[in-house]
Design a protein around this ligand. Structure first.
Ligand SMILES: Cc1cc2nc3c(=O)[nH]c(=O)nc-3n(C[C@H](O)[C@H](O)[C@H](O)COP(=O)(O)OP(=O)(O)OC[C@H]3O[C@@H](n4cnc5c(N)ncnc54)[C@H](O)[C@@H]3O)c2cc1C
Length: 497
């Protein structure tokens, strides 16, 4: 395992009892989790490869409590890791042994639904799907729909700028929120945006979205509500190879059509899904593409016919068009279950997340196959093809000598390939600890220093979620230069450029 985290600070560990006592003065006793067994429940997020026992878990219920905890952390120079549901796949919510894990699960109320302004004010611990469920009676929904939406929280979605099937047409989290309340390191609460469009002065809300818990703790989110499309139909298209499927994806977009969803799965994933919870995917296909077209019935009927003819031109071996809502949902059921399904065909998997220009999909999928063979591992592909957002699931066996390292190396090679073809290191899962040491593949030292200056403006002491996103541990005062004390570099074991 190649991940190196900063060593726990002895000065913080030495004051644990004092910290616990002061947290208990802010929170009800049950909301301060100090017992080791109970803390184990928080020792990782969905990137289960990396684990650490948090110093203490704090579960605030009010903004005043969050402020008080942040002020206390600043005063005692203690680190804080914000956490929603812990479904991050990049280790963004990985705890620190010398840090408070700030669990936001008790912030679970929908505060206001405002159809007139087409928005809802929600607490950060509200689950993504719960927002749509709360407004579906009136024909509305919240568009970004991560596959983890039955579990992940809107606070975590803001932290990661989460995406999902519908984001190709309706935008990512950043395009679907109007306002935020954020508590900064030190305890100050800040309101950004509101129920209106456009921001005041700098777009700090845009900056907070996708900041992976490094700039502040989100305590309230105003989300945009969209009206549900009048009708939607799904197409299930089968292709002999992933390359042919990828060409079809490009051809649909090139024809000027932006589907409500455009996803792809390879043969390994199709097989896994049909084993896990059969939904009628063709087992003899090299790849399937699922397309959703939404709008008025006449518009949808027209688009369905166009997409079907494109698919045939691109060599589809089967085209199925949903005849009713149940069938449309069945097409999606397998996609939504793809991750748990893949976990049944191998002991462990590492889910990568890189984005490439759509036109390079066929080439990248072929080269990825070569990389997997080179490292001696299997990869199952399921991804947001319309966005060019890849999710290769690298299958490995953690109990086998060297497998973890092989999986890490293959993952890094895949991400390097994404950058090489003009893409980016991440799509919707963030950098976290997973891609931290690869940031140099994409950014030079000046870029990284500029990005860290933003961090320093909000958190000069690097107390909020440190060790994530940035590959070096510059303190703000030393930005751009290496601080040498008694002839020793701080954290000499950390990779640096
Ligand atoms: C099976 C599966 C499928 C997935 N599918 C998708 C997908 O389709 N699209 C997608 O985008 N993601 C997907 N994910 C990844 C994950 O669900 C998302 O990144 C999600 O946004 C994380 O939300 P969470 O509440 O679990 O946040 P956490 O994992 O708890 O935290 C994520 C990050 O946000 C920060 N954070 C959390 N809450 C706050 C807060 N209140 N204030 C400030 N920072 C905070 C954390 O510090 C961390 O950096 C999937 C994950 C799994 C396990």
């Amino acid at each position: 395992m190649s991940l190196i985290m900063p060593l726990p600070e002895q000065a913080i560990l030495a004051r644990r009892e004092e910290l616990l006592a002061r947290l208990r003065a802010i929170l009800p006793a049950a909301n301060v989790i100090a017992d080791e067994t109970a803390r184990r429940a928080y020792e990782c997020d969905a990137l289960v490869m990396y684990r650490a026992l948090p110093l203490v878990v704090a579960l605030p219920e009010t903004v005043a409590q969050v402020s008080a905890i942040m002020a206390l952390a600043q005063e005692m120079n203690v680190k804080v890791v914000p956490r929603g549901a812990g479904t991050s796949l990049s280790g963004g919510a990985l705890p620190l042994e010398d840090g408070i894990l700030l669990g936001m699960a008790k912030f679970n109320r929908i505060l206001e639904v405002d159809f007139e302004n087409r928005c809802a004010r929600v607490q950060p611990g509200v689950q993504n799907l719960a927002i749509s469920k709360a407004v579906e009676y009136a024909g509305f929904y919240y568009a970004p729909d991560p596959s983890s939406q039955i579990a992940c929280t809107i606070g975590g979605n803001v932290g990661e700028n989460a995406g999902g099937v519908h984001c190709l047409k309706y935008g990512l989290t950043t395009n679907n929120i109007l306002g935020l309340e954020v508590v900064l390191m030190g305890g100050e609460a800040l309101r950004l945006g509101g129920k209106h469009l456009d921001s005041e002065l700098y777009d700090l809300m845009g900056l907070m979205t996708g900041s992976e818990g490094l700039l502040g703790v989100v305590t309230e989110v105003t989300v945009r509500l969209l009206q549900k499309p009048v009708s939607a139909r799904g197409l299930l298209l089968a292709f002999p190879t992933v390359e042919a499927g990828a060409r079809c994806v490009g051809a649909i977009i090139a024809r000027g059509i932006i589907p409500g969803g455009l996803e792809m799965m390879d043969a390994a994933t199709i097989g896994a899904v049909e084993n896990f919870q059969p939904c009628g995917y063709p087992l003899d296909a090299g790849a399937i593409v699922i397309v959703e077209l939404d709008g008025t019935p006449a518009e949808v009927d027209h688009l369905v016919a166009v997409v079907e003819s494109i698919a045939r031109e691109e060599g589809a071996t089967q085209t199925r068009i949903s005849q009713n809502e149940a069938e449309r949902l069945r097409f999606w059921a397998g996609r939504k279950n793809a991750f748990p399904a893949v976990s049944c065909i191998g002991p462990d998997y590492l889910c990568m997340d890189g984005t490439i220009p759509r036109g390079r999909l066929p080439e990248v999928l072929t080269r990825m196959d070569g990389l997997a063979k080179f490292h001696g591992l299997r990869v199952a592909n399921v991804f947001h093809a319309g966005d060019g957002n890849l999710h290769p699931l690298i299958l490995y066996d953690a109990s086998k000598e060297g497998d973890i390292e092989r999986a890490e190396k293959l993952g890094a090679d895949i991400l390097r390939l994404c950058v090489e073809v003009g893409g980016v290191l991440t799509g919707e899962h963030g950098v976290g600890v997973e891609k931290r040491d690869l940031m140099g593949e994409m950014f030079d030292e000046i870029d990284l220093a500029q990005q860290q200056r933003v961090k320093c403006a909000f958190d000069p002491q690097h107390r909020l979620n440190p060790g994530k996103v940035f590959p070096t541990l510059h303190r703000c005062a030393e930005l751009g230069m290496m601080h040498v004390q008694s002839g020793k570099l701080p954290f000499p074991e950390l990779p640096r450029f």
